[in-house]
Design a binder for this molecule. Structure first.
Ligand SMILES: NC(=O)c1ccc[n+]([C@@H]2O[C@H](COP(=O)([O-])OP(=O)(O)OC[C@H]3O[C@@H](n4cnc5c(N)ncnc54)[C@H](O)[C@@H]3O)[C@@H](O)[C@H]2O)c1
Length: 333
């Protein structure tokens, strides 16, 4: 594995799929103070492909072995949701800092051992991958709200759309795996926790195996109401929008576009195909904040804690309960 240079953090990445490979590239090219020391994936070919351009990085097929390896200082968990707890807990117990992709686990009950290990006294640094908090657009929106220019926030309209749902997505995992970003970012923007969630969907999709799109109505403790549309199979592109409506003014995320083309008496905007391009800056800034904190810098308050991950999951499970029970559900503190 890569020799330790100065105080560079030697990162081991568990999972070399879409996100793992993207994190490896970002760490290697754009993050200062860290080197990719190893990539672990039971699919050894994927691990090899991920490290192909990275001198000194090792491809391995045993993520738990990597988590315990002394040649790794910190572990980035980007494996399937159901594997997060085992790998992250093993890494924490071996004294490694961890950045765990969202969600902590498929269910709140399964997440408990990880939340406990991350919160234990003396535990190494732990963060959850709620990277939208680092997106420059969301950060500007948070600044506008905090400045008071909007007055009291009454409404948030949020939507997250994708091209198609990933294999194996269920009506529940749409909430715990995808909407969880929205369920984290809205309380984060408003600095006010969710207290109640309601759920609705168009009648035309209600009896499908995967109910998509879904609408979540989220009330926050400060009295604001958020509409959250999640539509994974919206076809036309990856699109995330947010408008915050105050009693004095409203603020919206800028519309990111890969290209705006004016031609033939029409304007067309090219959308990203998925989240990687849309949130490239956010992934990079999140990783840099994690590495800086491991190297002894102050913890950026935008780095989501295990408690933040647990709370968003609690809200997602309340939304599932609202979906199944047909009425709004209170979210405990
Ligand atoms: N923050 C975000 O915006 C964002 C976006 C997409 C996915 N994610 C999360 O990232 C994680 C990975 O998602 P993905 O889209 O890259 O999935 P993926 O299916 O593309 O890749 C998962 C990889 O993990 C490997 N794997 C399977 N079991 C493993 C284990 N025990 N240890 C290590 N690797 C293992 C698979 O072989 C595969 O290469 C998921 O938790 C997902 O929810 C986060």
């Amino acid at each position: 594995m890569a020799p330790r240079t100065c105080s560079q953090v030697r990162v081991g990445v568990a999972g070399a799929g879409i996100m793992g490979a993207d994190h490896v590239r970002t760490l290697h090219r754009w993050v200062g103070g860290a080197v990719v020391a190893a990539v672990a994936d039971p699919d050894a070919e994927r691990a090899r492909a991920a490290v192909a351009d990275i001198p000194g990085a090792e491809a391995v097929d045993d993520p738990l072995g990597m988590a315990a390896d002394e040649a790794v200082d910190a572990v980035l968990v980007a494996s399937p949701d159901a594997t997060h707890v085992e790998i992250a807990v093993a890494a924490l117990r071996a004294g490694k800092a961890v950045l765990c992709e969202k969600p902590l686990a498929p269910t709140l009950a399964e997440a408990e051992p990880l939340a406990a290990a991350a919160r234990a006294p003396g535990a190494p640094l732990f963060a959850v991958g709620f990277m939208r908090r680092f997106d420059p657009g969301y950060a500007a929106l948070a600044g506008a709200i905090a400045s008071g220019r909007l007055g009291a926030v009454r409404l948030v309209h949020h939507l997250s759309r994708g091209v198609h749902a990933g294999p194996g997505t269920t009506s529940a995992s749409l909430l715990t795996g995808s909407a969880i970003h929205d369920l984290d970012i809205i309380p984060w923007l408003l600095r006010s926790p969710a207290v109640e969630v309601g759920w609705a969907a168009p009648a035309a999709v209600l009896d499908r195996d995967l109910v998509d799109p879904q609408l979540v109505l989220l009330r926050t403790a400060d009295g604001a109401l958020a509409t959250i549309e999640v539509f994974l199979s919206a076809r036309y592109g990856y699109d995330v929008r947010c408008e915050v409506v105050g009693d004095q003014a409203t603020a919206s995320l800028p519309v990111p576009a890969e290209l705006v083309l004016d031609a033939a008496q029409a304007r067309t905007v090219r959308h990203s195909a998925d989240w990687r391009a849309r949130f490239a800056a956010a992934y990079r800034l999140q990783l840099q904040a994690w590495v800086d904190a491991i190297r002894g810098g102050p913890r950026d308050p935008a780095l989501a804690t295990a408690g933040d991950g647990y709370q968003a999951q609690r809200v997602a499970e309340a939304a599932i309960e609202a979906m199944r029970g047909g009425r709004p559900v209170a979210v405990g503190p």
